[in-house]
Design a protein around this ligand. Sequence first.
Ligand code: PMP
Length: 390
Amino acid sequence: MTSSAMRDLMAITERPEVISLAGGLPDTSTFPPELFAKVTAQMAAKVTAKALQYAPTEGMAATKDVIAEVMAAEGTEGIDPDDVLVTTGGQQVIDLVCKTLVDPGDIVIAEAPTYPGAVPSFSAYQADVVQIDMDEDGMKIDLLEETLDRLEAEGRRPKFIYTIPNFHNPGGVTMSLPRRQRLVSIARERELLVLEDNPYGLLRYEGEALPTLRSLDGGDFVIYLGTFSKILAPGLRIGWAVAPRPVLQKMNVGKQGADLNSSSMTQLFAAEYFSIPGQWRAYLDSLCELYRGRRDVMLEALAEHFPPEATWSTPHGGLFLWVTLPDYIDTTDLLARALQENVAFVPGRAAFLDGRGGSSMRLNFSMVGDADIREGVRRIGEVIREQVDF
Ligand code: PMP
């Protein structure tokens, strides 16, 4: 088993004196307490007994209805609620897909870098993860094809291809439309499953939305992962999978063994919240405006405080950007120094299973205010300066 460096850091970054650019946290302080109280009161008035009771493993009907609405906004219209499995965060989808499909030694394809939180799941099920490089248009699909050919020649077939097409965590990049189309046609031609992880699709700060892989594929080969964590609150721990029926049924069985059902109380909270007319869109708009500003502040601070050799992504949405420093800098060592200066980031190695990423880091811009972003980036710049003259 391999722990997630990101989760391990959370204990340190909870210390109030630390400016954390490490977490992937939305800024929940923006959620109005009166709204929280109103939603809770409405839920209590209507469904107290239900909220306190067990629920079906697949999820509650009212929750699945709002999931279909959110998925339509994310670009996938007309989802059948019977194709949805409500999960304990999107994280559980990754775990259940591995539990369902992966035997020890099986290949899983992921991006390089990949979501650090997926690493413990891949490792626990003993997947052999093959990571495909990305550029500013997302996963390099020609490399994917070469890799699939090579694996096929060795008689090995990946169990699934894991991708985060929108505002990649941690890469900060978005997969272009031609690559989405090619990925979906490769999946169809080779009969391979794709796990499309889309927590950030609605957090777009510029440009036009691109179609989801699920909508391009129609649901034969794509398993979709959604979550309320970034558009509402991670404290609910509610996410979902939409998957081809045979896969979904096995994931349901996997979930029965894991936690019986996701919290009835927070499923009903979400159902209540999303049925207030205009509310969730208005809150989402406010988040986009806030995070767009914080992203811009971080980009400015990087230009001011980081060495000219450093490169970074310019994300059009989401919560992260990915910085690569000269290759003689080891960001795991740098983090130890940075923590002495009370600033944290996620070192790049956390996003690889093959030891790469040593000179990169993930920076989050959603959780702290403008002044702390500037100060945090300045402090990291200072510790880099101890190793690079600039
Ligand atoms: N996938 C990705 C790419 C993520 O960034 C996250 C959250 N950081 C998740 C899945 C899981 O989120 P949650 O369990 O809160 O839905």
